[in-house]
Design a protein around this ligand. Structure first.
Ligand code: MN
Length: 322
C-alpha cells in the first residue's frame, strides 16, 4: 500500500469511476457513516457508487444508510474502483477478504501494527471525521445535503461512544459543531445509536450478567457466548453484538472481553475486547491475528470447544493483568 497525501487523494476522488465502497464486517455507525459520506462526495464528482458489506446491517443502524442500496455479494468485478473505509486489516473485510487485491484505496484511522491503509490519519476519533475533512478540503461544506452531515455525525458519535471516549479531541468537537450548525437532529441520531434496543438485546444483557466471569483478581471480565446459549434464549448474533461494553463497567475491571461462538462455524470464536486504561488490547488481539485500537480491538480464535477458546483468550489477556 502506498501512503497518499490529501491533495492526491482528492485528485483521485474527483475522477469519476464506478466505485464500490467497502465497509468492515460487523458494521458499526462509523464504517457505515463513512461509506455514505464518501458516496455523497464521489457522486458529487460524477462517480457511480455502491456500498458493499459482507454482513447484514443491524436494523437499528439502517437509518444511516437510508436510501442507499447495499451490496452483500463478494463479486466486485462490475466496479472500476474499490475503496475501503474504516477497515483496519484484510480480515476485517470478512468474507470479502477474497476481494482484497481489488481494493485500490483504504481510508482509515485505526492504529495498527501492520498498516493496511493508504490514507491514514493519526489521532482521528472516527473514519467519518476523515471523510468530513476530505469534503471540507474539497469545498463541499455548503454543497452536500443534510444526509451527508447526518451520516458523518453518526460515525463520529458511534466511535466516540457519544463523545465520551478518550479518542475525542478538540477537533472532534469542532467538526461536531459544524455538523450541528447544518441543522442535523443529533438527539435523534444519538437516541437511535445508543438508547434504542431490541427485546433480544435486552435479553442478551440479562444472559451476560448471569454468565460473566472475573479473572485476574477482578481485573479481567469475560463473557463467553456459545451457540447453545444463543439457542436457549432465542438470540441472534445481532442481539449479542454489544455485550462487551456491559461487562467493562464493573468497578476494578481493566479489560473486558467477549467471546462469541460463530453460528456458521462452531470452531470459530470472535473476540471483542475493551480496555479501561493503558493496557493495549490491540497488541493482545494481534497475537491472534486481529487488531484495532489501543482500547478497543478484536480478533478471531479457532478452537475445538468453547472452553478451549476461553482458556486461550484468558491466558493471553491475564498475562498483562498480573
Ligand atoms: Mn472507526
Amino acid at each position: 500500500m502506498t501512503e497518499l497525501k490529501l491533495d492526491s487523494l482528492n485528485e483521485i476522488i474527483k475522477t469519476p469511476k464506478k466505485t464500490a465502497i467497502v465497509c468492515h464486517k460487523n458494521p458499526d455507525p462509523d464504517t457505515l457513516g463513512s461509506a455514505v459520506g464518501l458516496s455523497y462526495i464521489l457522486r458529487h464528482f460524477g462517480s457511480d457508487t455502491k456500498i458493499v458489506c459482507c454482513e447484514k446491517l443491524p436494523a437499528r443502524l439502517s437509518f444511516i444508510v437510508d436510501g442507499e442500496e447495499i451490496l452483500y455479494s463478494g463479486d466486485l468485478s462490475e466496479f472500476q474502483r474499490v475503496i475501503a473505509v474504516d477497515v483496519a486489516s484484510p480480515s476485517q473485510m470478512g468474507e470479502l477478504d477474497i476481494c482484497c487485491d481489488r481494493v485500490d484505496i483504504t481510508i482509515d484511522h485505526h492504529s495498527m501494527n501492520t498498516r493496511f491503509s493508504d490514507y491514514y490519519m493519526e489521532n482521528c476519533a472516527a473514519c467519518a471525521q476523515i471523510i468530513f475533512k476530505i469534503a471540507h478540503s474539497l469545498g463541499l461544506y455548503d454543497i452536500l445535503p443534510l444526509k451527508f452531515f447526518e451520516a458523518i455525525y453518526a460515525g463520529i458519535s458511534g466511535d466516540t461512544g457519544c463523545f465520551k471516549y478518550s479518542n475525542v479531541t478538540s477537533e472532534t468537537y469542532v467538526i461536531a459543531s459544524l455538523l450541528v450548525e447544518k441543522g442535523i437532529d443529533c438527539a435523534e441520531i444519538n437516541r437511535l445509536i445508543f438508547d434504542s434496543k431490541s427485546y433480544g438485546e435486552i435479553v442478551a444483557e440479562k444472559v451476560t450478567y448471569q454468565n460473566m466471569k472475573l479473572y485476574s483478581n477482578g481485573k479481567l471480565s469475560v463473557i463467553l457466548f456459545t451457540n447453545k446459549m444463543k439457542e436457549e434464549n432465542n438470540l441472534t448474533d445481532e442481539d449479542i453484538g454489544d455485550i462487551v461494553n456491559h461487562i467493562r463497567q464493573i468497578q476494578g475491571v481493566s479489560v473486558a472481553v467477549s467471546i462469541k461462538q460463530s453460528s456458521k462455524d462452531e470452531t470459530k470464536f470472535s473476540i471483542s475486547s475493551r480496555s479501561n486504561n493503558d493496557i493495549d488490547v490491540s497488541a493482545l488481539c494481534a497475537e491472534f491475528g486481529g487488531g484495532g485500537h489501543l482500547r478497543a480491538a478484536g480478533c478471531t480464535v479457532i478452537a475445538s470447544s468453547p472452553d478451549e477458546a476461553e482458556s486461550r483468550v484468558v491466558s493471553v489477556f491475564s498475562r498483562e493483568l498480573k
